[in-house]
Write a protein that binds this ligand. Sequence first.
Ligand SMILES: Nc1ncnc2c1ncn2[C@@H]1O[C@H](COP(=O)(O)OP(=O)(O)OP(=O)(O)O)[C@@H](O)[C@H]1O
Length: 243
Amino acid sequence: MPETITPALRVEGLSHDWGAKSALANVGFSVPAGRFCALLGPNGAGKSTLMAVLTGLIRPRPGVVTVNGHDLGRAPRKALAQIGVVFQQPTYDLDRSVGANLRYFAALHGLSGRTAADRITECLARLGMAERIAEKVGALNGGHRRRMEIARALIHRPRLLLLDEPTVGLDAPARAAITAHVHDLTRDGISVLWATHLVDELRETDDLVLLHRGRVAATGAVSDVTAGQPLAEWFLAQTGAPA
Ligand SMILES: Nc1ncnc2c1ncn2[C@@H]1O[C@H](COP(=O)(O)OP(=O)(O)OP(=O)(O)O)[C@@H](O)[C@H]1O
């Protein structure tokens, strides 16, 4: 792939203060098309604040965010149309089926009828959830609920998927399954920004942005930035936080 290709996400000179507290300070990095990029940082590093900026909840000031070349500040509709989001806090209707939950989101994106049905089948299949379409969300375990939310975030075929600590509260097998499914999405050219403080969710071939105290402390391919050191040891040395 040529170097000049437009990145899925570019963040430049981004800062945000919560009152007197600096949460992000001159943050800059990019996620190339089709890459899995881990936004790694200990608790309080600023990951959720950054996700709030990237999803348009907080206006970047100062700073510039572009999604597939669309400036989030100047052309928010175009930029946001390219993004799928899985927030840290789950959002779904427990009393309705998986299919009904997805139909609701499809309708929000202007999809209905056969188009919506096909898209829902496609997205559930990508997360290994096709056979659960008629089950009530309240009857699913935590891992399957999360997978449904990821499928739902893909319904409008975004180019960039943002996930804020999507495995919080899940057991090890569920975490591994979700991590694998989301890595697989990059095969189809979807770019992923995955916020986490758990280094075992990263692969050697991933990209990584290390966020520490609101600043980018390291960025690049995992194997390059760690220079062969085990990732957990490297993370501890960089941040003082156990992974
Ligand atoms: N709404 C808010 N009001 C005031 N301060 C906030 C707010 N949200 C976050 N902060 C502060 O900003 C800093 C960064 O927090 P943030 O939640 O972005 O970090 P994080 O890396 O997502 O951490 P965690 O893993 O604990 O969610 C912290 O010091 C936090 O206390």
